[in-house]
Design a protein around this ligand. Structure first.
Ligand code: NI
Length: 224
């Protein structure tokens, strides 16, 4: 499932994030790539030892994780600290799938859902679309600043070359409590219907049936 989440970062937090990133040192992104991705990755990333990253991560991940759509769609079990990637003209990230296992030796996690949070606006650069291969063909994604897109970490994707300006994004990964993307998609649909029914008709018998079905499906499928 490909899901766009609007306004993960509001204007004030976006401004703070941009302000912090303006002072951060960027290094060659190949350092953090797996063997296959390294050959096609050509971008820059915020240096991992920069002290501003802690505040940045709190702002970016705090807003993302609090977003109800993110919770519903990802059902996160473990979350990665984000990478902040910058693409200037000529930079690109060729076709790849994300590494299946990430994190330090004591804190490894499986990557189920990838998230890109756009920190530049669509007018700040040309090219630079995130292109995800789906069952229905390629989808090119370029969202307003502060918006996010979720896609399966197993999907083939690339970032088209930037031809003008600067594209800055935050990218993060989650291990979901529900490993199977098809099951996650069912829970996303059913969970949204459940929320609407609970708001509109909390005492109705069909609300209780949908609520029980959702809760018990999640219990059946969740792995912790
Ligand atoms: Ni990727």
């Amino acid at each position: 499932m490909l899901l766009e989440i609007p306004n993960v970062l509001g204007p004030r937090d976006l401004e703070r994030v941009r302000g912090l990133l303006a002072g951060v040192r960027f290094v060659d992104g190949r350092a953090s790539a797996g063997a296959a991705a390294r050959r096609v990755k050509h971008n820059e990333e915020a240096a991992a030892d920069d002290p501003r990253l802690r505040t940045l991560n709190e702002l970016v991940m705090g807003n993302l994780v609090r977003h109800p759509w993110y919770q519903h769609a990802v059902l996160p079990h473990r979350l990665a600290s984000p990478f902040y990637a910058r693409y200037t003209p000529g930079m690109t990230y060729g076709d790849h799938v994300d590494d299946p296992i990430m994190g330090p030796a004591q804190g490894r996690y499986r990557t189920d859902v990838s998230t890109t949070i756009f920190l530049s606006g669509p007018d700040d650069y040309e090219g630079g679309e995130l292109v995800v291969q789906t069952a229905f063909g390629p989808r090119a994604i370029k969202l307003p600043a502060g918006h996010a897109v979720l896609y399966p970490s197993s999907s083939r994707h690339h970032v088209a070359p930037v031809t003008r300006g600067e594209r800055v994004v935050a990218v993060t990964w989650a291990q979901s409590m529900v490993r199977d993307p098809a099951r996650r998609e069912l829970l996303w649909e059913l969970g949204r219907a459940r929320d609407r029914l609970l708001a509109r008709a909390p005492e109705a018998e069909e609300t209780k049936q949908v609520d029980r079905s959702y809760v018990n499906l999640l219990r059946m499928w969740a792995e912790l």
